[in-house]
Design a protein around this ligand. Structure first.
Ligand SMILES: O=c1[nH]cnc2c1ncn2[C@@H]1O[C@H](CO)[C@@H](O)[C@H]1O
Length: 604
């Protein structure tokens, strides 16, 4: 005990000599040094404010002294202003020489003249400051929200306590095993009812439960399938039957209706189909030994379902049903990464990309008419990052044309696919600069930093995303490894789209308590939660990802404020026009108030 006090004393005296008094802005400074090993304090004038902490150790006695020059944590300002970002050396302007010695003497003498405050008070003040920093920490809850928060946090505490006892905590387990446990959670049931705002990071054909494809789409007439030499299924609707493929490409087409009639066990066949359409498996660690293995199956799913979802009647129904699934999950608006592959008719006619955008618009309008409060959808036109730069140049042209034709439907451009095995954004720089060179505005929404490989050209996609002013960053999983990008993107208010389940299933992180967004959430970095490809992961809407973010990433520190901020962020960082954003926020607020009233009214 005495020796640890001695150590603390030594550490703090050294700190005091070197820096003078620690101000209330010391936490960021400490965090800062933890990251960069460069001791730092925040800017000069701000050191004058707040609580000055003196820690003094005398034999057998450790005292904390505080000088309050201003009430703790005044109004919190722009986040990157209140929180010096890691790795950015701050001016070294602490006292030295005589002033430092004076500080030291003051530090020793202070506790005898000032009223010392207890460890508990110091602890509470630190806690309070961290609460203010975290995502949503600056929100002031209404009385009813406070009540609702109490109910929610009591349930959360009970579930976490139970998990600590049983050592079975869904966010620390693989989602495929955690799913049934999550569905039993009371917190999850509340999250399902919560108005979550918008889904800003989802991919075109992985947003509707795959069961619908199996049970509805593959039972439609004229559905054929063939098997590629590598064993992948391919589908095509055609009448009359489609021409036989080249043997190197696929087997002969088989009419599914006829095939099912000859089967002994259709249920088993349908279950196998479902397995082909998702990544779900009982033993994911064995099935997917590494990231390449899981991406290989992931890509095969998009390849396989392509012929189903791009059949015109299915395309329309798919979009409608997907919106229904999100609406049921209390999501009112979506921005879809869409590749706009050709949609075909039964007779083989193929539609243009404009047709697809128009159809998205039509279906969304039709859906909105039947679903009160639904706001709509937008498209982020996306191409695949395996393509070489000349193809991407064409896609950029297409994106510019589509955005000119449908300014309210096409939000911008992105590049999708496995980042590690694709081209870096830097490789594409020539293509990505085209809009600027032509004086055309084409907003970017880059997937960037969806990698574990620090310091590679792929990891540096984050730099390019920032330089090219990406409106939002898809995943940004590696952001905390790039302090300069982190600082600047925060200043520019560029949010990251965090997709917890996707990151776990695609093997970037296994225990979601260790997701890098935990740090970003604790410091209040702008973010939204999304589900990426819920249907492929066996999830639905946004609730499962909200559960993982709320329980796992945010831990016990996350409360109703966090959830409210995340929901509001999803509208704030959407690409809706200001007037539509206001309307969306109003609709969301009405629903939020109702949700809060219900939650507050629950029996204790
Ligand atoms: O998390 C992701 N990162 C990068 N690409 C993705 C992710 N999820 C899906 N896709 C890609 O999006 C296309 C369908 O729109 C598919 O090519 C799929 O690989």
């Amino acid at each position: 005990m005495v020796s640890s006090c001695g150590r603390i004393f030594f550490q703090h005296v050294v700190t005091i000599v070197h820096w003078g008094l620690l101000s209330s802005d010391a936490t960021p400074a400490l965090l800062n040094s933890a990251y960069s090993h460069t001791p730092s304090v925040s800017d000069g004038p701000r050191r004058q404010r707040g609580v000055q902490i003196l820690l003094v150790s005398l034999p057998g006695l450790t005292l904390l002294g505080f000088v309050v020059s201003d009430p703790v944590s005044g109004p919190v300002r722009f986040p990157s202003e209140q929180f010096p970002l890691p790795g950015i050396p701050m001016p070294v302007d602490g006292p030295s020489g005589w002033p430092a010695l004076l500080s030291l003497l003051l530090a020793v003498a202070m506790p005898f003249f000032c009223s010392a405050i207890s460890i508990d008070e110091a602890w509470n003040q630190l806690l309070m400051r961290e609460k203010m920093m975290q995502l949503g920490g600056q929100l002031v809850l209404t009385e009813q929200e406070e009540l609702a928060n109490e109910r929610l946090m009591a349930l959360k505490k009970a579930e976490v306590t139970q998990a600590m006892r049983t050592q079975k905590f869904p966010p620390s387990m693989h989602f495929f095993r955690a799913k049934t446990l999550i569905e039993k959670s009371e917190v999850f049931n509340i999250l399902k009812k919560m108005p979550k705002g918008a889904a800003l990071h989802v991919h075109d054909f992985s947003i509707l439960s795959m069961n619908w494809l199996v049970k509805n789409v593959t039972y439609r007439p004229h559905c054929h399938f063939c098997v590629t030499p590598s064993g992948y299924l391919k589908f095509k609707f055609a009448y009359p039957a489609p021409p036989t493929p080249k043997p190197a490409e696929c087997s002969e087409w088989v009419l599914l209706e006829k095939y099912r009639k000859e089967l002994q066990n259709v249920t088993e066949f349908d279950n196998r189909l479902l397995q082909t359409f998702t990544l779900m498996t009982e033993n994911p660690e064995v099935a997917y030994a590494n990231q390449d293995a899981v991406w290989s199956k992931f890509n095969s799913i998009f390849f396989t379902i392509s012929g189903l979802v791009h059949y015109a009647p299915v395309f329309r129904d798919y979009v409608f049903q997907a919106l229904e699934e999100f609406y049921q999950d209390n999501v009112l608006y979506l921005e879809l990464r869409a590749m706009l592959f050709p949609v075909y008719e039964l007779n083989g006619t193929v539609h243009s990309q404009e047709w697809s955008v128009k159809t998205y618009r039509e279906v969304a309008c039709m859906f909105a008419e039947k679903h009160p409060g639904f706001i709509g959808i937008k498209i982020i036109y996306s191409d695949h990052r395996v393509k070489n730069v000349s193809f991407i140049m064409k896609s950029i042209q297409t994106a510019m044309t589509l955005r000119t034709m449908f300014p309210r439907m096409v939000a911008g451009f992105d590049l999708v696919g496995h980042e590690d095995t694709g081209h870096s954004l830097y490789d594409y720089r020539e293509a990505l600069m085209i809009p600027t060179l032509h004086g055309v505005k084409l907003p970017y929404f880059f997937h960037a930093g969806e990698t574990d490989w620090q310091g590679t050209s792929i990891d540096r996609n984050l730099l390019v995303a920032l330089i090219l002013n990406s409106t939002r960053i898809g995943h940004g999983f590696a952001l905390t490894k790039h302090p300069a990008v982190w600082a600047d993107s925060w200043k520019k208010d560029i949010p990251i789209e965090v997709c917890p389940i996707s990151n776990q299933v695609l093997k970037l992180v296994s225990d979601l308590r260790n997701h890098p967004a935990a740090v970003l959430m604790a410091t209040g970095y702008p973010m939204v939660i999304s589900s990426d490809d819920p249907a492929v992961f066996g999830a639905k809407g946004l609730s499962y990802d909200f559960y993982e973010a709320f329980m796992g990433i945010g831990g016990m520190a996350a409360d109703l404020r966090t959830l409210k901020q995340l929901a509001m962020n999803s509208i704030r960082f959407s690409t809706l026009m200001d007037i539509d954003k206001k309307a969306a926020m109003k609709t969301w607020e009405e629903r939020w108030n109702k949700f809060v009233a219900d939650l507050a009214g629950r029996p204790k």
